[in-house]
Design a protein around this ligand. Structure first.
Ligand code: ADP
Ligand code: AIR
Ligand code: ASP
Length: 334
C-alpha cells in the first residue's frame, strides 16, 4: 500500500496519523511504543498497537450503538483505524470512579477509594506543561479554549460514556477506575469523541482480584505488561460478542426496583436463626420451626431490558450479595 510509506501528518507518543485520499478521513497507525509521566519514561509493549487499535475499534462501535458520536470509521488492519478528521480541543477530559493515580497524589487519598459520585475533570493537553489540571475559568477566561456551554456538554457526554462503559465492563469482570477522553470538531462542526479507547488511557482492574490490567503495569514496573493488554483484548472481544451482557439501548434505559432476599440454605447451620427460634419458643410461640435470619438488599438499576437487568442482578448475587455455597437468594425486580 503506497499510503503506508507516506510521511505521517503527525507522529505522537503512541500513534502516527496519516492523511488519506479523502481530506476528511485520517488513518491512525497504532505503534508499540509506550510512554508514561509525560514521556519521561519510554519503552515498548509488544503488540500494544494491535491490542489498542482493536479494543478502540470495538469500544467506539459500542458507543456508536448507544448514540454517542465518535470519529471511528473503520478498522482496516490490526494496527490501523480510519477516523474522521477533527480539530482536537486541547483538553483531556478525565473521568474517575475510583481513586487512583494523580488524584491520590494530589489529595492524599488512598488508592481504591470508591468515589461518592463519578468525577469529570479537565487537564490542559500540553506535554511541555505536564498536562496541568484546569478549572472552568482557566478554560474559559485564561486559556480561552472554549465556553461554558461546551464544557457542560463535554462533562455530560463523558459521564454518559462512563455509564455505558461501567455497565459493559462489569459484564466482563472489570472495574473502570478512570479514563481520559479527547473530543474534537469534525468538518460539519459536530463535537465528537476522538483519539483512542484502550488500556493506555483507561485504568482497568479485575473486579475480583483488583489486579491492574492497564498501562499502570508499565508505569509502575509491575511486570506482565503484555499479558495484561492481551487479557483486556480477550475480555473486550468476548463482551462485545455477548449481547446479553450489554445492550445498545442503555441510554433509553428504564429504572427497575430490585429487592434481593438472601437466606441461609435450608441445611446450613444458622446460629442466629436458632437463637431467635429458641427465644420465640420461650415466649410461648411453640408452633414455629426452621427459623432462618437473612438480609434484604434493595436498589434501583437502569437498563433497556428487564431480562438483562435481572441477569446482572443475578451476577451481583453470585459475586457479592450472597454466598451461593451457603445462602439462597431470591430476586424480585419491577
Ligand atoms: P500524543 O499526541 O498525546 O502523543 P498519540 O501518539 O496518541 O498522542 O497521537 C495521536 C494524536 O492524534 C493525538 O494528539 C490526538 O489528539 C490526535 N487525534 C486523535 N484523533 C484524531 C482525529 N480524529 N483527528 C485529528 N487528530 C486526532
Ligand atoms: N491519562 C491521562 N493522561 C494520559 C492518560 N492516558 C489517563 C490515565 C488514567 C487517567 O487518565 O491513563 O486512566 C487518569 O490519569 P491520572 O494520571 O491523572 O491519574
Ligand atoms: N500519556 C502520558 C505520557 O505518555 C501520560 C501517562 O500515560 O502517564 O506520558
Amino acid at each position: 500500500m503506497s499510503i503506508a510509506t507516506s510521511k505521517p501528518l503527525y507522529s505522537g507518543k503512541a500513534k502516527d496519523i496519516f492523511e488519506t485520499e479523502d481530506p476528511n478521513i485520517l488513518r491512525a497507525y497504532f505503534r508499540d511504543s509506550a510512554t508514561a509521566f509525560n514521556a519521561q519514561k519510554k519503552g515498548e509493549i509488544q503488540d500494544k498497537g494491535k491490542v489498542n487499535a482493536t479494543i478502540s475499534a470495538l469500544l467506539f462501535q459500542l458507543l456508536e450503538q448507544s448514540k454517542i458520536k465518535t470519529h471511528f470509521v473503520k478498522q482496516i488492519s490490526d494496527r490501523e483505524l480510519l477516523v474522521k478528521k477533527v480539530s482536537i480541543i486541547p483538553l483531556e477530559i478525565i473521568v474517575r470512579n475510583i481513586a487512583a493515580g494523580s488524584l491520590c497524589k494530589r489529595l492524599g487519598i488512598k488508592e481504591g477509594k470508591l468515589l461518592k459520585e463519578p468525577i469529570a475533570e479537565f487537564s490542559y493537553k500540553n506535554d511541555t506543561l505536564g498536562d496541568p489540571l484546569l478549572t472552568r475559568k482557566y478554560i474559559t477566561s485564561a486559556l480561552e479554549i472554549t465556553n461554558n456551554e461546551t464544557i457542560d456538554y463535554l462533562i455530560s457526554e463523558s459521564l454518559k460514556i462512563n455509564e455505558i462503559f461501567k455497565q459493559f465492563f462489569l459484564g466482563i469482570g472489570i472495574k473502570v477506575v478512570d479514563f481520559k477522553l479527547e473530543f474534537g470538531y469534525d468538518k460539519d462542526k459536530n463535537l465528537i469523541l476522538a483519539d483512542e479507547l484502550s488500556p493506555d488511557n483507561f485504568r482497568f482492574w479485575d473486579a475480583k482480584t483488583n489486579e491492574k490490567l492497564d498501562k499502570d503495569r508499565f508505569r509502575e514496573d509491575l511486570g506482565n505488561v503484555e499479558g495484561a493488554y492481551q487479557e483486556m483484548l480477550k475480555r473486550v472481544k468476548e463482551g462485545t460478542k455477548q449481547d446479553h451482557k450489554f445492550q445498545a439501548s442503555t441510554l433509553n434505559a428504564q429504572s427497575f426496583k430490585v429487592r434481593v432476599q438472601v437466606l441461609p440454605k435450608q441445611d446450613i447451620l444458622d446460629p442466629q436463626g436458632q437463637a431467635v427460634e429458641k427465644a420465640l419458643k420461650s415466649l410461648g410461640f411453640t408452633e414455629i420451626k426452621d427459623v432462618k435470619i437473612g438480609k434484604e438488599v434493595v436498589f434501583e438499576i437502569k437498563n433497556g431490558s428487564k431480562d438483562i437487568a435481572k441477569s446482572q442482578v443475578k451476577e451481583m448475587c453470585e459475586k457479592l450479595l450472597a454466598n451461593p455455597v451457603i445462602e439462597d437468594y431470591k430476586i424480585d425486580i419491577n
